[in-house]
Ligand binder design. Structure first.
Ligand code: ZN
Length: 179
């Protein structure tokens, strides 16, 4: 039975550390941990999660976009675990859009990211994948992989004036998009 894990917030040392490569993907404890990550990101309505966000210094992320109250305009994608993920190519083109983070509650920021990327990772069965991502998915991937290197979205905003609170973000960004 998967468990919902406690979220590490800004200030927890693990959030600023480089996470460690996963060597033994087949380890039953690691597989159970991946199930717990899926349960946690679903419980928190997250678009994704990285292992350091639950106090585990491991290079594992989950990408799980779907529309909800926190991200009404997200696409729906089958939740995917990516182990030892890396970006192998990035477009020269960047775009800015709003991001939030379970580790930084109450804030949203306008963050520049590569519009299209090529990525490599292992599945939870150990299969090596090489695939292209763009737009929202590319953004979620870049956000989560940053967590594996001790980087949060606050480090990526061009100016602190691109930070807003969750309440005002709902008022100025989400409501106008829905009407
Ligand atoms: Zn985050």
């Amino acid at each position: 039975m998967a468990r919902v894990l406690e979220i590490a917030e800004l200030g927890a040392p693990v959030i600023r550390e480089r996470a460690v490569e996963v060597m033994d993907i087949c380890d039953p404890q690691l597989q159970a941990f991946i199930d717990d990550l899926f349960a946690t990101v679903a419980d928190e309505n997250g678009m994704g999660i990285a292992a350091p966000q639950v106090y585990a210094s491991k290079r594992i992320i989950i990408i799980s976009p779907r529309p909800n109250a926190r991200y009404p305009y997200a696409p729906t994608v089958e939740p995917t675990a990516m182990i030892n993920p890396e970006m192998t190519w990035a477009s020269s083109e960047m775009e800015k859009d709003w991001e939030g983070c379970l580790t930084v509650p109450g804030l949203r920021g306008l963050v520049p990211r590569y519009r299209a990327i090529r990525v490599r990772y292992q599945t939870r069965k150990g299969t090596l994948m090489d695939t292209a991502l763009e737009g929202f998915l590319a953004r979620v991937f870049q956000h989560e992989v940053d967590h594996l290197d001790g980087v949060v979205f606050l480090d990526r905003v061009e100016t602190t004036k691109d930070l807003v609170t969750e309440k005002e973000w709902q008022r100025i960004i989400v409501q106008p998009r829905q009407s």
